[in-house]
Design a protein. Structure first.
Length: 473
């Protein structure tokens, strides 16, 4: 398989949109769970990570956990370089992929504070040559993936003609601006890196600085992120981890990414210690004013009023019964996940330099369970007729794939679900009741829609994409 083909396979996962869906490792919470004692959390996390890396299918992993603004554990495991057996260190640098998006969103919000950007202004206010095909695209629709722009990573022509070549950035803009819209702006949500590419250009246009310079001066320096930088495929970077991927013969080098293209949607590099520092700075008031911060972390709605779980560069979900602000990132050879729980200032950052069975979102959420205790799924209230929801729901997934979900009820009347969104193959997963006719599965929300009293559709909010599936007759 060529490097380009491997890049194509990974492209659908770049934003972290499918981290949970592709998880292949079940991590058991250690016996020391359900405690907020920092020393016990550190011991449990150390045991958790050590056990997860035992089979040798993961090169290296770094984790940083803090609670109440105080470090609990910051540690590297495994190898940053397999050939030279270089151990992963606290200051090992990773490509963090789409975790970059919250930095881009914070930069936009800083410029909003300075009245240099209006979130409700059309994109052509700042990029007058952009071809909107006659549509109005407010800047805020770029931030929450509701613009309808085609994701350039889903375009074969990008991979065939541009993806591995150092061409001018406007080459890509001209390419995706000609593509048909996936939907009218605001009608749906679908993760698209094209929107964040435009946001990077807007930052450069209104600030008069390159994206790299802006992020370094106004975000990295403000947050105290000493080891972070814009990634480079050619520069010699101290403590940089090498990326690996699984093959039938074990781990091998992953394809190198030309960082002309991930840009403002995925081209930052950082240590987990720096990502923890970012969590403290962003959520602690060092980056944005209270008003701008609230605007950044408050999800909007679709044109029909349907709520989103994705705000501006960051997802906002109920995870294990606790409000969480989170985002994942994937680039060839690298997985990253950053999570923050505001109720107790629990910050978790996990970075991995290989693509295999250990998934950073699963790891992070298991660490959250260590601190918070395992969640207890809530059954629907007695007045809810669970039989109304039982059936098979069909439609298209976020990238046009056929999707089938099977909803059933167990003997106690609790709803269960089977299908790709339920995670790895296995027994049906139980849905936790949320409100009204909405149920929760991990960070995904499933809302049953009635027409003339009968349930006919299922709206799935998978955080990074919303889908509407029709109930089979």
């Amino acid at each position: 398989m060529t490097q380009l083909k491997r890049l194509k396979q990974l492209s659908t996962l770049l934003g972290g949109a499918a981290l949970a869906a592709v998880a292949t490792l079940t991590i058991t919470t250690p016996a020391t769970a359900q405690t907020k004692d920092p020393a016990r959390i550190a011991t449990a996390v150390d045991s958790l990570v050590t056990a997860a890396l035992q089979d040798g299918r993961t090169a290296g992993l770094s984790v940083a956990v803090s609670l109440g603004g105080r470090p609990v554990i910051t540690k590297g495991y495994g190898y940053a370089d397999l050939e030279w057996k270089v151990p992963t260190a606290e200051r090992t640098v990773y490509q963090v992929g789409s975790v970059t998006k919250q930095f881009t969103a914070a930069a936009i919000m800083q410029l909003v504070e300075q009245k240099k950007i209006d979130l409700d202004a059309d994109v052509t206010t700042y990029l007058p040559d952009y071809n909107t095909q006659g549509r109005r695209i407010p800047v805020r629709r770029l931030l929450d993936h509701t613009s309808g722009l085609k994701d350039y990573l889903q375009m074969p022509v990008f991979h065939d003609q541009i993806g591995m070549k150092p061409l001018p950035r406007d080459t890509l803009v001209k390419l995706f601006s000609k593509e048909p819209f996936d939907f009218e702006p605001g009608e749906m949500e679908k993760y698209t890196n094209s929107g964040y590419f435009l946001l990077g250009l807007i930052i450069e246009k209104v600030s008069g600085r390159s994206y790299q310079e802006y992020v370094r001066e106004y975000l990295f320096e403000r947050a105290g992120m000493k080891d972070s930088r814009y990634c480079s495929e050619t520069a010699v970077v101290p403590n940089m981890a090498h990326g690996y991927e699984m093959s039938e013969h074990g781990l091998r080098h992953s394809v190198r990414v030309d960082h002309t293209w991930p840009y403002a949607g995925g081209s930052l590099c950082a240590t987990v210690a720096d990502l923890d520092a970012w969590n403290q700075a962003l959520h602690g008031g060092k980056v944005l004013s209270p008003a701008a911060y609230k605007a950044m972390i408050t999800p909007g709605t679709l044109n029909d009023g349907s709520p989103l779980q994705y705000a501006k560069g960051i997802a906002v979900s109920d995870i294990g019964g606790h409000r969480a602000l989170h985002h994942g990132g994937i680039l060839p050879g690298f997985f990253t996940y950053v999570e923050y729980f505001p109720e107790d200032s629990l910050s978790i950052a996990v970075a991995i330099n290989s693509q295999g069975p250990v998934q950073p979102d699963v790891m992070a959420r298991t660490i959250a369970e260590i601190a918070h205790g395992a969640p207890v799924a809530k059954a629907a209230p007695p007045q809810t007729k669970t039989a109304d929801y039982v059936g098979e729901y069909r439609g298209k997934g976020g990238y046009g794939e056929d999707l089938v979900l099977k909803v059933a009820a167990d003997p106690a009347g609790r709803l269960t679900i089977e299908g790709p969104l339920a995670g790895p193959p296995g027994p049906p997963r139980q849905l936790a009741y949320a409100r009204g006719e909405t149920f929760q599965l991990d960070d995904k929300q499933l809302t049953f829609v009635r027409q003339r009293g009968l349930v006919t559709k299922l709206r799935v909010d998978a955080v990074y994409v919303q889908m509407v599936l029709k109930r089979a007759e």
